[in-house]
Ligand binder design. Structure first.
Ligand code: HEM
Length: 573
């Protein structure tokens, strides 16, 4: 190809005599500094016209050459990307891809198996959706954390996202302005600094939990659930849930059950063929069901919000209503913003406390080591408090190990990539669903020695071990600081007050131990141990008395507690 001199000359003549815009004003030809004059100013006055023309030509040529190189680079890069293959994965069938192999039970375990065969990044095709599965810290960190500017969206789920949530659930919102507004709002009451002020309420709720566990007939899982729900409900709306069977707890459990049903993969044809959602309602039964489920949760969130705003005490409902981001939202959207925090926070902490209980049954030596640490710090005379935190490294390690050993979000919460990308020589197509498989990541033999064992010491011996139970990048759990504090205080106090052990039952006149299965877990977005029995036996009479006494004298007036939180959080008295 010859160098386009003619084209360059033609362009030059256009550049030499244009009408130009300088700071928005149109400047007639011959007036004001020409772009060429500006470029050649230092030499143009002294040099003859022929030299000047040559210089101009050279500049233009250089510019044209640069533009061509850039064009070539961009086109060869995109051609290379097109040539690049997707990450490897199980062989696919035409049209359905891997749909026939989609695991129905504990999908995260099957995906872990596949990662051993295909590597830490592999791909699946479920109908029209490309799934990129990340199975170790390195790949998840490289993409979801380091490239979070393009890996922070969510896959579009029609039934759960559009029909039930009407686009109002933060968890499912695509990455964009709406999600950012919700993030800003939530950052005001969930950021790390403000979250420390909630310790006042966590202390109170935890004292009630210890008191309740003194009752040998107490259902520990039920009591954990009361703790977690009451904490978040109290912060959100200014009222505690002191019994655990309040309609607000039952309603949120129902909302989560509905949502799990609605968001279940493979249940709704419209999730595989989204264009079906354009069908009129009478031909689309999922729309009618979606409307009903939406009406139920919307009513709950709106009513909670209204009561929260009327409450005498400081709370998130009031804070969010007063913020600009909150005022720019419809009342329903704002009610969802606060409501889904209650939804996200009420079960997850419960599940982690159940995992801790299961681990204590299976690893009594670990429990004894934890008890020895809290005993050394607090003795017989007082319950552990947040002020002891720094002196409880083993309890911190126990919290981390609990979240690693059986990650609550075992399968990971799917992200979506908004732009085509290249990684490790593979093509990641725009719109692909990208999942960090928490199960595989936290049981990776290359990172954790004997990963199946519950061993808190690994965090003491190697404090820099990676851990990501709260997810990745810009979508990382916004409630993580509250959750960590809840786990710390309750684990420390349970160790101080109780021996966790097996329960026994009488079968045919014989005493039999209620066995537990360390791998029996539920399925869904989050995974908890299947119902199991455990006994919480108070360690001695003095500690039993102290737990009761401390609970009796604790300040329970919510207006006073929340005012203290407001003052601590805002540094204002
Ligand atoms: C042990 C307890 C908890 C665990 C293990 C946990 C885990 C997670 C995970 C894995 C995600 C998704 C992150 C990702 O997409 O990569 C998430 C999201 C979220 N969590 Fe948590 N969480 C816990 C407690 C809480 C609490 C107490 C709250 C509220 C106070 C909360 C509020 C949220 C919210 C609002 C999101 C959605 C973030 C978004 O998509 O923008 N979580 N959590």
């Amino acid at each position: 190809m010859s160098i386009p001199t003619l084209g360059a000359e033609t362009k030059l003549s256009v550049i030499r005599n244009p009408e130009r815009r300088v700071c928005g004003e149109t400047v007639p030809p011959g007036q004001g500094p020409s772009s060429l004059e500006t470029v050649s100013k230092p030499v143009s006055k002294e040099r003859p016209a022929v030299v000047k023309a040559m210089l101009i030509n050279l500049t233009t040529l250089a510019f044209v050459a640069f533009a061509f190189t850039l064009l070539w680079l961009v086109s060869s890069l995109s051609a290379k990307r097109k040539r690049l293959g997707l990450p490897p994965g199980p062989p696919r069938l035409p049209v359905i891809g891997n749909l026939h192999q989609a695991p129905q039970e504990y999908p995260w375990r099957k995906y872990q198996e596949w990662s051993k065969q295909y590597g830490p990044i592999f791909s699946l095709q479920y109908g029209l959706s490309t799934i990129i599965m990340l199975s170790n810290h390195q790949t998840a960190h490289d993409l979801l954390d380091k490239r979070s500017n393009i890996y922070s969206s969510r896959p579009h789920v029609v039934m759960g996202g559009d029909c039930v949530s009407k686009g109002l659930r933060t968890l499912l919102m695509p990455y964009g302005q709406r999600w950012r507004n919700h993030q800003r709002l939530q950052a005001a009451y969930l950021n790390i600094r403000v979250s420390q002020s909630y310790r006042v309420l966590q202390d109170l709720e935890s004292k009630q939990l210890m008191f309740e566990l003194l009752n040998p007939d107490a259902d520990f899982s039920d009591r954990f659930h009361r703790y977690s729900s009451s904490l978040i409900f109290g912060l959100a709306y200014g009222r505690r849930l002191t019994r655990g069977d309040e309609p607000e707890i039952k309603a949120i459990d129902q909302v989560m059950e509905n949502f799990l049903y609605a968001a279940r993969v493979g249940t709704w044809i419209v999730d595989s063929l989204p264009m079906l959602n354009y069908l009129p309602r009478f031909l689309a039964p999922w729309k009618r069901l979606g409307d009903r489920l939406h009406a139920f949760e919307s009513k709950l969130y709106m009513e909670n919000m209204a009561r929260g705003r009327q409450s005498g005490s400081w709370n998130w409902a009031k804070l969010a209503s007063g913020m600009k981001e909150g005022q720019d939202m419809s009342p329903e959207e704002l009610a969802y913003d606060v409501g889904i925090i209650y939804e996200a926070g009420s079960d997850t902490t419960t599940m982690a406390l159940e995992v801790f209980t299961l681990a204590m049954l299976l690893y009594p030596d670990v429990m004894k080591k934890g008890q020895a640490e809290v005993d050394a710090v607090c003795g017989d005379d007082r319950l552990p408090s947040f002020e002891d935190s720094e002196q409880l490294p083993y309890v911190h390690a126990l919290v981390k190990e609990t979240l690693r050993w059986r990650p609550v979000s075992a399968g990971g919460i799917p992200h979506a990539v908004t732009q085509e990308d290249e990684y490790m020589g593979y093509r990641i197509p725009a719109g692909a669903t990208v999942i960090g498989n928490h199960w595989a990541i936290h049981l990776d033999e290359d990172v954790y020695d004997k990963p199946l064992e519950f061993n808190p010491d690994r965090w003491i011996d190697h404090p820099d071990l990676p851990s990501a139970p709260f997810g990745f990048g810009r979508r990382i759990c916004t409630g993580q600081h509250i959750a960590k504090n809840s786990l710390l205080i309750n684990i420390a106090r349970i160790l101080w007050a109780f021996d966790i052990g097996y329960k026994y039952k009488i079968v045919n006149g014989n005493k039999e131990r209620c066995e537990v299965d360390p791998y029996a877990f539920t399925q869904g977005f989050n995974s908890r141990p299947s119902k199991f029995e455990a006994s919480f036996k108070v360690r001695n009479e003095q500690r039993s008395r102290l737990v009761s006494e401390v609970w009796q004298v604790t300040e329970k007036d919510m207006d006073k507690v929340m005012e203290l939180i407001r003052q601590k959080g805002t540094n204002k008295t």
